[in-house]
Design a protein around this ligand. Sequence first.
Ligand SMILES: [Zn+2]
Ligand SMILES: [Zn+2]
Ligand SMILES: [Zn+2]
Length: 143
Amino acid sequence: MIDQALQLLKSHNYKVTKQRKALLEYLSQHSDSFLSVTSVDAYMRTLFPGMSHDTIYRNIREFEEIGILEKKNRQGGASVKYQCDFDNFHHHHFICQKCGRVYEVKLDLSQIINDQLSGFEITDHRFELYGICAQCKQQSASK
Ligand SMILES: [Zn+2]
Ligand SMILES: [Zn+2]
Ligand SMILES: [Zn+2]
């Protein structure tokens, strides 16, 4: 389950410490939604009481830099999520506002950019869909 992440760590010359491994396992077990960085920090401190906040935050940042984690800044702080797609770091999300589950969306924006923004240089973009996922819709319909 965390093989791809371990491979990435190794290819970036990071040591696979037991702390990093525990962090990866925790994040991969919760890979279907964003977790607040503070809650990840709290979890790690219960596992490794001697681990400093700095180290935990640094590990999270390193994971994010090499693509193991996806990050999101929201009101009330940053949250992170285990990479949904190691073959396709750049992808988009549908986020259920009820259960918080994140679904990967494959979308090619180049057509839209070509058609509507011809001659522009795009330096960054964000695209996210929000709503109620099919599972939550079904649950609320059957009640
Ligand atoms: Zn994703
Ligand atoms: Zn995109
Ligand atoms: Zn849902």
